[in-house]
Ligand binder design. Structure first.
Ligand SMILES: NC(=O)c1ccc[n+]([C@@H]2O[C@H](COP(=O)([O-])OP(=O)(O)OC[C@H]3O[C@@H](n4cnc5c(N)ncnc54)[C@H](OP(=O)(O)O)[C@@H]3O)[C@@H](O)[C@H]2O)c1
Length: 318
């Protein structure tokens, strides 16, 4: 990362440019403009796409990518991840400016050519879904933006983040793979959970619409509960109540629907046991009984019979 120290314009003086007029590029450019920053130039693979975006922002022009770099101080490379390195490598950058990408998983080193040319480089990853740029712009305030850069760029990215009404998350270099994977748990993996639950609803003839209408408010209630009581304190469900019998009924019912259904349930349910333990909702003996019933579908033998420590580890690693 470039450690050369030189003056970088204050955020109100910055000419901001975008290369890539896609979903995120649009939402971010609009958000910066709405926050009274100067979004000066936009390029895209299809110039007509850049023109549409440029015409929607006062003072912004459509240009080719090199002109965006030549006329702006801070350039967001908002192409798909696979094009960030090649797009950056094809351009001439200069000292005193900055190149930033918005990917969660791509390392900042994808901007190596800009850095070699003397520019500052960084990452600016909004933790939000940009499926629909208009909706994304509305949901951006209050979101977290993960920033990675050296000074003086870091201070500027943090100031931009705060002006957008977002929360700053600093990420050390080399962590993007695990950071982005973790984000998936509360992003696309929620879709997988809805998909699984909906498939179970289908097994008695319910429609996907029935399922979604019932499950969505439930999920929203859970999110509200997490927001107010925390991950373990806000966890609902039988494990949080130490209700071994109900877990056994779930196992028996889902075993009839096939191996993948029951094994997915086992993994998820086992993962809730350490949370209930951490919150003090159950003790170790109850945790062991829940894990045992998860494996067998019924409470066998002496329900308080001790399980090997690895069985408890199953709760964490499953
Ligand atoms: N979508 C999300 O939810 C989300 C969330 C966080 C971060 N991100 C990150 O944001 C970045 C952009 O993602 P996106 O979802 O906005 O992708 P996208 O909708 O596919 O937009 C990418 C845009 O880049 C343009 N482009 C492609 N190759 C180019 C090139 N060589 N030169 C100039 N422009 C080029 C395309 O332009 P044309 O339209 O002109 O063909 C396209 O509109 C990615 O790094 C992604 O990881 C996305």
């Amino acid at each position: 990362m470039n450690t050369t120290s030189f003056c970088f314009p204050s955020i109100d003086q910055l000419h901001i440019g975008f290369i890539g007029a896609g979903r995120l590029g649009k939402a971010l450019a609009w958000s910066f403009s709405r926050a009274d920053f100067r979004v000066s130039a936009v390029a895209s693979a299809v110039p007509a796409d850049a023109l549409i975006l440029a015409e929607s922002i006062p003072g912004c022009v459509e240009a080719d990518a090199q002109t965006v770099v030549d006329t702006c101080d801070l350039v967001f490379v908002t192409t798909p991840d696979s094009a960030i390195a090649n797009t950056t490598a094809a351009l001439r950058w200069r000292p005193g400016m900055a190149a930033v990408h918005c990917s969660g998983v791509t390392e900042v080193s994808a901007l190596a050519k800009a850095e070699r040319d003397g520019a500052l480089v960084g990452g600016f990853h909004p933790m939000q879904t940009f499926g629909d740029p208009v909706a994304a712009m509305a949901s951006l305030p209050g979101s977290t933006i993960t920033v990675e850069a050296s000074e003086p760029l870091m201070a500027s990215l943090e100031a931009l983040t705060k002006r957008l009404g977002c929360r700053v998350n600093r990420l050390p270099p080399g962590m993007r793979g695990r950071y982005h994977a973790a984000a998936g748990y509360t992003s696309q993996f929620i879709n997988a959970l809805f998909g699984e639950a909906t498939e179970i609803w289908r097994s008695w003839g319910a429609t996907d619409e029935d399922a979604l209408k019932a499950l969505l408010p439930l999920a929203q209630g859970t999110l509200a509960s997490i927001a107010s009581a925390g991950i373990s304190g806000g966890m609902p469900g039988p494990v949080s109540r130490g209700d071994v019998s109900s877990v056994g009924k779930h196992v028996a019912a889902l075993s009839l629907l096939g191996e993948s259904t029951i094994s997915f349930y086992r993994q998820l349910c086992a993962s809730t046991v350490p949370l209930a333990l951490a919150h003090g909702a159950i003790d170790l003996a109850l945790a062991q009984r829940i894990l045992a019933v998860l494996q067998t579908g019924r409470e066998t033998g002496t329900q308080r019979e001790k399980l090997d420590p690895p069985t408890l580890i199953f709760a964490k690693s499953a």
